[in-house]
Design a protein around this ligand. Sequence first.
Ligand SMILES: Cc1cc2nc3c(=O)[nH]c(=O)nc-3n(C[C@H](O)[C@H](O)[C@H](O)COP(=O)(O)OP(=O)(O)OC[C@H]3O[C@@H](n4cnc5c(N)ncnc54)[C@H](O)[C@@H]3O)c2cc1C
Length: 828
Amino acid sequence: MPALIFLTLCFAALVMLALGQAPLSIWAGVAALLTLIAQFGLPYSEPLVSFAHGAFAGWIVAGIMAVLSIQPVRRRLIIGPAYGALKKLMPKISATEREALEAGTIGWDAELFSGAPDWSRLRDVPPMSLSAEERAFLDGPTNELCRMLDDWDIRHTRNDIPDEVWQFVTGKGFLGMLISKEHGGLGFSPQAQSLIIGKIASRCPDAAVIVMVPNSLGPGELIEKYGTGQQKSKYLRRLAQGKEIPCFGLTGPASGSDAAAMRDIGIVCKQTFEGEEVLGLRLTWEKRYITLGPKATILGLAVQVYDPDGLLNKDEDIGITVVLIPADHQGVEIGRRHLPGGVAFPNGPNSGRDVFVPIDWVVGGAEGLGQGWRMLMECLSEGRAISLPATSTAAAKALLRNSTAYARIRKQFGLPIAYMEGVEEPLARLVETAYVTEAGRAVTASMVSRGEKPSVISALLKYQSTERMRVAVNDAFDIHGGRAICDGPSNYLQAAYQAMPVAITVEGANILTRTLITFAQGALRSHPWLYKEVEALRDWNVTRGLASFEDAFCGHVSYATANIFGALFHNLTGGYFANAPAYAGANRRWYKQLARSSRSFALVADLTVAVLGGGLKVKQKITGRLADALSELYLLSCVLKRFEDDGQPASDRIIVNYCAANHLYAFQQAMKGVIDNFPVLPVRLLLRPLVFPFGARRQPASDRLGKEIVRAALQPGELRDRLTRDIFITDDPADPQGLLEHTLGKTIAAEKADRKLEKAVRAGTIRRTHDNDWISDARDKDVINADEAKTLKELEALVARVIAVDHFDADEIIPHYRKTGAQNLAAE
Ligand SMILES: Cc1cc2nc3c(=O)[nH]c(=O)nc-3n(C[C@H](O)[C@H](O)[C@H](O)COP(=O)(O)OP(=O)(O)OC[C@H]3O[C@@H](n4cnc5c(N)ncnc54)[C@H](O)[C@@H]3O)c2cc1C
């Protein structure tokens, strides 16, 4: 047998054993068989034979494997010593770290970490759907609210939310969407909440915030999930009806990202309260940046509770606890207002010193003492998946809708700017962002709607959707030029621009969320074996711990082997043999590439954790890139699923191709960044050939495809509507956004006549200057007919309004709150 065939056979056997995660005894048998073939099957002339005959390396390997496949021997020689050594090295995990790690659920993220995603788990996530009641609310009261919102008036003139808006949202139950029907709320699904908040955000981000906050982490959710019966009956109905306005205070001046390091304290004590001596907490706190704080009637506060006098018969350090305090309770100081860069929702500090509250005011009562961090982490893992992805996605869709319309209406050099390649680039990015963020939003909201609390996915979706929105806003600004920069009632872009840093900073500022939370947490939670190993090492019962460790360790070795050989095999064969679901159809190649990439990711992620271990927290450039790589795989999964869930519309295929090519390219770049910068040389040398055996050759989507998707999105109709679904759209020419829609239709209708006119202007037949009525001139010279002249005249008037920017008297520019001086910025 020629050596080449033999080597191919060996490689094929190794790949099959590794991918099949065969037991060690089978490996030993196959190693013995291959050694036999090498000894007796190869002619003496083969160069390999001298090695096979001389060294008997194959027999040694097969022998070691055979011995180690005997469980008691394996345990004595390897597992036992490894368990003992690792148990000593095991870093301490603080209670708050542990609660953060354990919060939430794992799902599709674990499939991506596995290296061999099971497509049925993705397909099992139900397609986006709303109940009839939810759909009616989205199309009814939500549209009505959008119509009454005047973004400029709110953001600039008042710098506040008008009373009539508050009345409308409280009256219609917007603030109680997550509160169950049983407790007087609307009991809407997370999917419905996401779409409703998104639609409002597409009209006015400030109004979205006042609806979003009561429907995310805060008193409503905390009481619904963890409150005592008394708290539920006292507050939930009132919260749902907007009779109580909630806020939630976690952040303080010294504790931002490191919220658990708060200095806010509650001392367990007894005090007379309403004429009786009761057990309670003496609270001292200083919070800042609290959204709705200045308007709130009920505060949810996180404080660190201590019991120095042992009144609870527990440890002195009870832990983080959430307390509900009426804003008018004695000693509560609701501060003045912050002015977060141009946005108008109420936000401000609050504080208190030695404020006594009875223990009944702790969320969950006495049982809830010390449970605060767990509650917060659980709610956060769910909430992050909804609110900010909803607002960012809606912004991306609105930016696309407005920018495509504007770029087709606005002409320079005699041509709509949309047809210039330089403008086409940001337009293509906008199409991609709108499609991808909506895919991620919808799929993730469906996961939450069916009861998942995806901690890793929600973290990556939060930072990805808000970062993509940051790029999208800048792209929209570039496309609009000065029209975007000059603020005023007709500017429909400034609100998103001003709200964008808020989205990036809240619910875990993006740098931290990307570099620390997504991968560091994901590696432990979503990895198939790591958490099991850690749990086994932490088990106080050594016999039980050793047995669980053995299972996890053997599983881990088998997984690592599958990753090594699987990655090499799929990267050598370009993913040709990777697994794709039967229903993949035209997207078969993308599913295969996703499976191939998942294997490479699993390999690199696993090795990174193994080599960097506890150092992961500080190697944030590595973990950040791994978070990016995981995000690209997740978003590509969502893009493919969206296409399926939408019924595989043929016109969307080019967009899927565009997105998929870019996701895979970004994935490659992230992986290349990890490998090129990996701090341990042997790991770099090992990973490069396994992940990039032929180099990093993948290219982003082509310019041609970019042109195709932009041309498709510029055309009014089904595809454009699907790309921008469920945002507020009007074609009322009295509204700045409606004017765009209205003018776009007229622009397209007048295209033929306009071309004739442009040709005549270029030829010098018609002079287009302020001293000349060039349309009448063109009609008189038979360049266009009378009907065309009428159409062009009408269009010209509309275009003049579309491209106009606002101007003001000097006095008008000063916002109302600065003129009156004291309303929101009262002197100290
Ligand atoms: C408009 C607005 C509304 C808000 N609403 C609320 C609210 O209702 N309730 C509430 O409790 N809080 C609220 N916040 C607070 C918000 O959650 C915090 O701003 C956020 O947690 C970040 O804290 P910080 O601003 O102090 O930044 P810092 O913690 O000082 O962080 C600064 C930068 O350092 C990065 N960073 C910090 N630590 C690490 C690390 N270990 N690794 C890598 N990077 C790191 C962060 O990502 C960030 O980019 C709000 C904030 C704003 C601006």
